[in-house]
Design a protein around this ligand. Sequence first.
Ligand SMILES: C[S@@+](CC[C@H](N)C(=O)[O-])C[C@H]1O[C@@H](n2cnc3c(N)ncnc32)[C@H](O)[C@@H]1O
Length: 155
Amino acid sequence: MRIDIAAVGRLRKGPEAAMVADYLDRFAKTGRGLGLPPVRLIEVEDKRGGGMAAEAGLLTRAIPAGSAVIALDERGDQPTSPDFAARIAAFRDQARDLCFVIGGADGIDPSLRSRAEWQISFGKMVWPHMLVRVMLAEQLYRATTILAGTPYHRN
Ligand SMILES: C[S@@+](CC[C@H](N)C(=O)[O-])C[C@H]1O[C@@H](n2cnc3c(N)ncnc32)[C@H](O)[C@@H]1O
């Protein structure tokens, strides 16, 4: 199994980058004992201002062949953290590769969004994509603690 995050934009050094690195590091440590591999972050950048369509092309090339695409989108499902953890475990048990996709300022092009096996929302409000990276990294770490039964998550 492999787990990737394909995201538009380059995250520069700063608080968001530090938080993403910290949560993904924690995910790697707790995930090791659960058969979950470290998460790889793949960043794509369209320097020509081609908008969503150009970003979709870059993201599509970045998504490893065969990976289940999970799009982050405010219109998507709103799973609980335990539901999210259970879904990650189900992908692991089926030996499926996962690629979470985070769009840029205009969102994820509908052509790519429609390819997603699952669309997840962190609420109906729109968040800056750099914060969505932090939130996703935290939920991934939280999922490992739920699956490991360690006392981080409380219902
Ligand atoms: C600034 S938002 C783009 C919002 C844009 N209005 C759209 O149509 O998607 C950039 C990216 O952050 C992610 N994002 C923002 N808010 C989100 C939310 N509430 N839930 C899940 N992902 C979100 C999505 O991947 C989105 O493509």
